[in-house]
Structure formats: C-alpha cells, structure tokens
Design a protein around this ligand. Structure first.
Ligand SMILES: [Zn+2]
Length: 114
C-alpha cells in the first residue's frame, strides 16, 4: 500500500477517535470507566498535521465522503465492499488496481486491498 493511503487511513482513525470523544454519551461512558478525556486538543493537533501531509486531492475526496459516512475508506474483504456489502467486479482485483485506491461504484466509498 502506498504511503499516501496509509496517511489517509491514519487520518480517518483520528477522525473517528475525535468524534467519539466529542460524543457526549460516549465520553460519559468513558469517564465512568475511569478514562480521562483530556486528549482532545492533542488529537485535533495530530489530525491537522496529518491533513497537511495528505495529498490534497485525496483529502478532499475523503472529506466529501465523510459528510455522508463515518467510515469513508475501507479495506476490501473477500470480494465485498464493507461499506454497502455489494459484490465488487473482478476488474477491481487486477494487478494494476492493487496499489490504487478505488471507488465503490455503489456507495462511492474509497476502497483498498490490504
Ligand atoms: Zn460500497
């Protein structure tokens, strides 16, 4: 997998964490379990740094997708898109496309072959 794709996946992980910390029900639950939620600004700072390193076009596509989906970039498992569970065409798995991010034709999410 390409570094730029790794960056985007790391960015998404951070976004999900930030979302969870911001979500009040989750943060109450975490606090009651003894977690201190002081890391939000650090998370956001790390997110900014990653966003700057991420290729601009990719980042824009990702951010557009996250308007609709929590998870915008997904690994392919079996021959299914794990976003919408539609079967992917065989062209998806050609040698050329293995190193590329691809788009699910059904839901539009970004997919990669792990
Ligand atoms: Zn899909």
């Amino acid at each position: 997998m390409r570094d730029e794709h790794r960056l985007l996946i790391a960015l998404q992980d951070l976004d999900i964490m930030i979302k969870e910390v911001k979500d009040k029900a989750t943060s109450k639950e975490l606090q009651s379990l003894g977690f201190k939620l002081t890391g939000l600004s650090e998370l956001q700072e790390a997110r900014e740094k990653l966003a700057k390193k991420t290729q601009k076009g990719l980042l824009q596509r990702y951010e557009k997708l996250t308007e609709h989906f929590t998870v915008a970039i997904l690994p392919v498992t079996g021959n299914l898109c794990l976003g919408c569970f539609v079967k992917l065409p065989t062209s998806f798995f050609s040698a050329v496309s293995r190193n590329e991010l691809q788009t699910c034709e059904n839901c539009g999410r970004l997919l990669y072959i792990p």
